[in-house]
Design a protein around this ligand. Sequence first.
Ligand code: GAR
Length: 206
Amino acid sequence: MADCKANIAVFVSGGGTNLQALIDAEKAGIISSGSIKLVVSNIRSAYALERAANAGIRAEHVSKKLLGQEGFEAKVTELLEEEKIDLIVLAGFLCILSSDFTKRYENRIINIHPSLIPSFCGEGFYGLTVHEKALEYGVKVTGATVHFVNEIPDGGKIIAQKAVYIEEGDTPEILQKRVMEQAEWIILPQAAETVCRSIIEKRQES
Ligand code: GAR
């Protein structure tokens, strides 16, 4: 029945708590239409690679620094083809992909962003900075968004969003943790399942 599942690759750059949420969701059956086959990191020391290895998932470091944008994408494409990947999940992957790459995988790349897009997004808005900006602005509600990836940073079609309240005394670190716990780790696996299911349905129709 392996063919009945979509093959997932997860791209990461850091700690990988969102990757862990995806791994746990697959184990728990929340992701039942897809299977994580590959984890790619542009950073060799990313703890996310260890999480992948611990779960028995192929984990690869590909250096964008050494290979440049084109070389990086060529190597990654090779890996994606080897593993017959249907869906790429960007889970804390802090590199921009070229429009050639995103066009090739149209509607096959999704990203988690730690704000309610269109607020606090686009170039330069990643990780803790997003929460710093939200607190600086003084918004009372923030959250997370899962969206398809196209050539515009954080500009693709929105798949899921979840709001999170800002509380008195929040620091960027406290807010980041709450947004992860209350939004990211929930909506990313759900969105991955939704997209995998639709990939399989389309495959069965054709
Ligand atoms: C997450 O908060 C994710 O939303 C964010 O980086 C963090 C990675 O944490 N991504 C972006 O800011 C992308 N623009 P993790 O490595 O523990 O999943």
